[in-house]
Ligand binder design. Structure first.
Ligand SMILES: CC(=O)SCCNC(=O)CCNC(=O)[C@H](O)C(C)(C)COP(=O)(O)OP(=O)(O)OC[C@H]1O[C@@H](n2cnc3c(N)ncnc32)[C@H](O)[C@@H]1OP(=O)(O)O
Ligand SMILES: CC(=O)C(=O)O
Length: 550
């Protein structure tokens, strides 16, 4: 690798603000219980500081700090690694810090650290605070001094520092100096509007470093550079990085702390988390996403589902020799996995690696080439195996002569009728033979796929009771040739679970019901093949009923 990593400062802070700045993301709403759950995950990741919110600003954040004082609802919650920080701002204009109720809320929050946002851009002081530059400095001194005297460690977030530096560098630097002289342990330079680029950040942090106080960095992602800007600040001497898990935050978000710490640990070689913690990053990032109810981005660096997914044939053929040829790190270092995708961009190597992953020997080049051609042809017709691993496995089994005939379908039909124009009934009939016994079963449903699902399930159940545990959990339709109105080709993807594993199958056709049937048939076939292979599925809890509406 060219370029050398900077030397790690003697003291280095990883400061998480998911519960405060992350919660400023549109659509994200965290209850006290959510915050406690996330704090637990952050602590497990090993961040040094967890900013829990702004006590006094809203009842939820106040309740979170109160709850932590008594160990959460069950009295057992304790942070093992992290130090709790309470966010607040400098005292109000014209008031004494000791009399300001919001300063009191931070002071009385029980958090050992107070992180205060202070204005550092002269225009903001004059226009937003509507006060003098001198009074802003007095507000900083008074608030920091008061909280220090009350026994709190204090960090100061200099809001709009980089924009402020451009307009009035002397004043922005004066704010840093004032905060440090009043007792701030770290002065954090904030790219509040997120408009900076790495070299600008680096230059300004280096200039502020001349003051000789410990500096931190807090970047928003409006230029898409929050992580790069954070690293540029570290290169220029910052010893404290702020960010949020998964990059949550106002507008386009904050620096994604997962990427920041992974870069520091794996690229700079700096141990910034407890030993072994980084290998939990994928699990913890996804666990936090479950709590925030924001779907994780597949393309998130390091921990995204696609972060180590390989689609192109050329990549796969090199990966067969050595995975590192097309990966910047071993995915296990962050708890992620390599995934091989099968699509029309696949070459033999994708098919061979994927086949091996599924337990099939595809080392025969001609056989692998034949399957590759079949995949390309099917994909050209509208199938997608990248999203439907189960259908790909069935295709392989068919080609390898390893597809057991667990049941044979003779016919199926669907019938929908409306009564007096409002009530609509759907009925499906399936005729099949399973374990030598013929069945002709009628299923009803609130839509054709639902009715077919009931019919095929009831027809298979006498021979294979395990089907009662199969639950259709997702059904997606995509029109493939959009110019074609109602005679367009459609693709249906069905996701099914048996409570232990989840699988996806695909069907394609000009008839929506036909495409749905194909995906449904494959869903049952795949589920049955695997329940035969591991019959312990028979003792699982029954699945919930089939979702309505299809
Ligand atoms: C860059 C950041 O993300 S900083 C964090 C921002 N987060 C939030 O704002 C979320 C929580 N905020 C809130 O709940 C509310 O804004 C509160 C409780 C803090 C204040 O609410 P209100 O008293 O109703 O004031 P409002 O929000 O309308 O305006 C903010 C006031 O704080 C003042 N203020 C802004 N920054 C600072 C500061 N660093 N120090 C002191 N006062 C400040 C403003 O001048 C304004 O004063 P005014 O009331 O005299 O007009
Ligand atoms: C403090 C903060 O969140 C900011 O300046 O962006």
């Amino acid at each position: 690798m060219t370029g050398t990593a900077p030397v790690k400062p003697a003291e280095f802070h990883v400061y998480d603000t998911t519960l405060r700045d992350g919660a400023q993301q549109e659509g994200l709403r965290l209850s006290v219980i959510d915050k406690l759950a996330i704090a637990g995950f952050l602590d497990e990741l090993g961040v040094g500081f967890i900013e829990g919110g702004w006590p006094g600003a809203n009842p939820n954040d106040t309740a979170f700090f109160e709850s932590l004082k008594s160990g959460g609802p069950d009295g057992q919650f304790r942070l093992q690694n992290a130090t709790l920080a309470a966010f607040g701002f400098t005292r109000r204009v014209g008031m004494r810090a000791a009399d300001d109720p919001l300063t009191a809320a931070v002071r009385d929050s029980g958090a050992p650290v107070a992180c205060l946002v202070a204005k550092s851009h002269d225009r903001h002081v004059e226009q937003a605070l509507r006060t003098t530059l001198a009074e802003n400095l007095a507000m900083i001194t008074d608030t920091v001094t008061h909280l220090r005297a009350e026994g709190q460690r204090v960090f100061v977030d200099c809001e709009h520092f980089f924009d402020g530096y451009r307009d009035n560098a002397a004043y922005a630097l004066e704010v840093v100096r004032t905060a440090a002289e009043a007792g701030a342990e770290v002065v954090v330079l904030c790219d509040t509007n997120g408009g900076m680029l790495p070299n600008w950040i680096g230059d300004v942090v280096a200039a502020a470093g001349e003051i000789g106080v410990p500096l931190g960095i807090h970047c928003h992602n409006d230029t898409g550079c929050a992580v790069a800007n954070t690293l540029a600040a570290v290169d220029a001497g910052a010893m404290h990085v702020q960010g949020t898990i998964n990059g949550y935050g106002e507008r386009t978000g904050n620096a994604d702390l997962v990427s920041v710490v992974a870069n520091l640990e794996l690229k700079y070689g700096w141990p910034v988390l407890p030993a072994g913690a980084l290998a939990e990053a994928t699990r913890l990032s996804h666990a936090i996403a479950e709590v925030t109810n924001v779907p994780p981005s597949g393309r998130q660096p390091y921990v995204g589902l696609s972060a180590f997914a390989h689609k192109a044939g050329l990549h796969a053929s090199a990966i067969k020799v050595d995975p590192n040829l097309y990966q910047h790190i071993d995915p296990a270092l962050v708890g992620n996995d390599m995934r091989m995708l099968v699509s029309d961009m696949a070459g033999r190597a994708n098919i061979q690696i994927k086949g091996e992953e599924l337990g099939f020997d595809l080392s025969d080049r001609d056989l692998a080439a034949k399957i590759t051609d079949q995949v390309k042809e099917a994909e050209a017709a509208g199938y997608t195996y990248e999203a439907a691993d189960a259908s790909f496995e069935l295709l392989l089994r068919r080609e390898l002569g390893q597809l057991p005939e667990l049941f044979a379908v003779h016919s199926w039909r669907v019938f929908t009728q409306s009564h007096h124009g409002d009530e609509i009934d759907t009925e499906a009939t399936v005729k099949l033979t399973a374990k030598g016994v013929g069945q002709r079963v009628v299923g009803e449903g609130n839509g054709p796929v639902n009715a077919l699902d009931h019919a095929v399930r009831n027809a298979l159940a006498p021979a294979y009771p395990v089907v009662d545990r199969f639950e259709l959990i997702d059904y997606r339709v995509r029109i493939l040739d959009q110019g074609h109105g109602t005679d367009a080709t459609v693709r249906v993807l069905i996701q099914t679970t048996d409570g232990r594993r989840t699988w996806t199958t695909v069907g394609v056709g000009q008839n929506l019901i036909e495409a749905s049937w194909e995906a449904l048939f494959e869903a049952y076939l795949f589920g049955l093949i695997h329940s035969q292979a591991s019959p312990e599925a028979d003792v699982e809890e029954p699945a919930a009923p089939v979702p309505a509406g299809v």
